[in-house]
Design a protein around this ligand. Structure first.
Ligand code: HEM
Length: 494
């Protein structure tokens, strides 16, 4: 065939594929899919999207296609929900239908549907209910979660004091403190900050989080077959995950050897007791595999999230010393300097509460939430979304809604205060998502943020290394989560 003929055949094939794909999109399901940009076979809309900044591309598409639209990431069909009304209608009003977990190839490869975060159906229900109950302090020994956080806050202060007013990057101290709180809850005790096992555990979780956040990690989710052949850090994940598994399995073994059925010390004990109780139940999801995976889930979901929020929070306070000063005043008035902050203080500290809410709103940690899926063919507004379709609830659009938060791009604790300076709740405050999949660790995370931040500011004044007006608090964004730029600070004892 001459070159012209070959080109013509090639073009005809491309156009046919395009038409077929476009028709398939419209026909799939028995009704009409939400609108969206024309997608190409295999690559979907990848050429029209900025994979490095998917949240921004999604924001731009929402201006054209409205609050509910369809995109294709590779061959993965995704329906995006943009704005508070669409997110609320789906996740809350039609909660059951939107409660599935969307498929992510990387998670499938590593986790295979075990545990809480990436499971579905009966397994997810049983494990989620159990984790919620256990985290609410039922049946977890003598030490309350609040006491565990207070204890860790004291160790963190000690560590910060040892910087002796020299500059340091807060990432490691904050990650270690937050991680240790989860360790105390799941393993029964905290680790020394120098403990080699602890440092390895953190290194593995951090490396995994990094890969999930990286470009290659994101591409893996959309082109898994191809990416399996391409070298890169995503290939390390399996090895890391296996190491994490072995670490947790060892702990489970140690727990079994010293288990007292009448006195569970932590999450692992509580799970082992549940396994005993459910031995005769053929439908039970309480087995060793789900114990290990749920433990790792709590660890992964609970470490990077709260510590990144705190790290970004400190950077924001460095930029706005007047806001830090007001928090100091409130701490001195309500708590004083001689006792540890406790949760009962929060209701008397509206300004601090508003600052923490505003930090979470501004940080917009998980801009597109964790992908959901519809559990059956779902009528939503004038559309039909076929069973299994991946859903992105764009939490960024709710946290950044200018009808609720005037000038949402600015950091302003006034977003959560009324004219009398009292704390003002908002239905648009959704950093933990909403509905049936809402973050299992919400209560824990909110305690951590309040107790760790107030303990730090009770003991120290933050000192920037540059003029506050030159500090950038802009988010470094990715599909999975936002983070602040790396920075250093000094802390001066008060
Ligand atoms: C500032 C801190 C945190 C933020 C902003 C946050 C945010 C989120 C978000 C947006 C989701 C997805 C919800 C959805 O699918 O719609 C989620 C899920 C989850 N989070 Fe958190 N989280 C935080 C801290 C924690 C902590 C400390 C834990 C540990 C206990 C935790 C455990 C989980 C779990 C287990 C899920 C999966 C829930 C499910 O699939 O049913 N999170 N979180």
């Amino acid at each position: 065939m001459d070159p012209l003929g070959a080109t013509t055949v090639f073009l005809v094939i491309c156009v046919s594929c395009l038409l077929f794909f476009s028709a398939w999109r419209k026909m799939s399901g028995s009704g009409k899919l939400p609108p969206g940009p024309v997608a190409f076979p295999i690559i979907g809309n990848m050429l029209q999207l900025n994979v490095r900044n998917l949240p921004q591309s999604i924001h731009e598409l929402s201006a054209k296609y409205g609050p509910v639209f369809t995109i294709y990431l590779g061959s993965l069909r995704v329906v995006v929900l943009y704005g508070q009304e669409a997110v609320k209608e789906a996740l809350i009003d039609q909660g059951d239908e939107f409660s599935g977990r969307g498929k992510l190839a990387l998670a499938d490869k590593l986790i295979k549907g075990a545990g809480i975060i990436f499971s579905n159906g009966e397994r997810w229900k049983q494990l989620r209910r159990f984790a919620l109950t256990t985290l609410r302090n039922f049946g977890m020994g003598k030490k309350s979660i609040e006491e565990r956080i207070q204890e860790e806050a004291r160790f963190l202060v000690e560590r910060l004091r040892n910087t002796h007013e020299r500059p340091f990057d807060p990432t490691i101290p904050l990650t270690h403190a937050v991680s240790n709180i989860i360790c105390s809850i799941v393993f029964g005790d905290r680790f020394d900050y120098e403990d080699q096992k602890f440092l390895t555990l953190i290194k593995l979780t951090e490396e995994n989080n990094e890969v999930f956040r990286s470009l290659l990690g994101q591409l893996y989710n959309f082109f898994p077959t191809l990416m399996d052949y391409i070298p890169g850090p995503h290939q390390e994940l399996l090895k890391n995950s296996e190491e994490l598994r072995i670490f947790v399995l060892e702990r489970v073994k140690m727990h079994k050897e010293s288990l007292d059925l009448s006195c569970p010390r932590d999450f692992i004990d509580a799970f082992l007791i549940k396994m005993e109780q459910e031995q005769q139940n053929g439908q039970s999801e309480f087995n060793t595999e789900n114990l290990v995976r749920s433990t790792i889930d709590l660890f992964l979901a609970g470490t990077g999230t709260s510590s990144t929020t705190l790290r970004h929070g400190l950077l924001i306070l460095l930029k706005y010393p007047d806001i830090e000063e007001k928090v100091h005043e409130e701490i001195d008035r309500v708590i004083g300097r001689s006792r540890s902050p406790c949760m009962a203080d929060r209701s008397q500290m509206p300004y601090t509460d508003a600052v923490i809410h505003e930090i979470q709103r501004f940080v917009n940690l998980v801009p597109l939430s964790v992908p959901h899926a519809v559990t059956r063919d779902t009528h939503f507004r004038q559309y039909v979304i076929p069973k299994g379709t991946t859903i992105f609830p764009a939490l960024q659009s709710v946290l950044g809604d200018s009808r609720e938060f005037p000038k949402p791009e600015q950091f302003n604790p006034g977003h959560f205060l009324d004219e009398n300076g009292a704390f003002k709740k908002s239905d648009f405050f959704m950093p933990f998502s909403a509905g049936k999949r809402i973050c299992v660790g919400e209560g824990l995370a909110r305690m951590e943020l309040f107790l760790l931040l107030t303990t730090i500011l009770q003991n120290f004044t933050l000192k920037p290394l540059v003029d506050p007006k030159d500090i950038s608090i802009t988010l470094v964004t990715s599909f999975v989560s936002n983070a602040p730029k790396p920075y250093q600070l000094c802390v001066l004892p008060r």
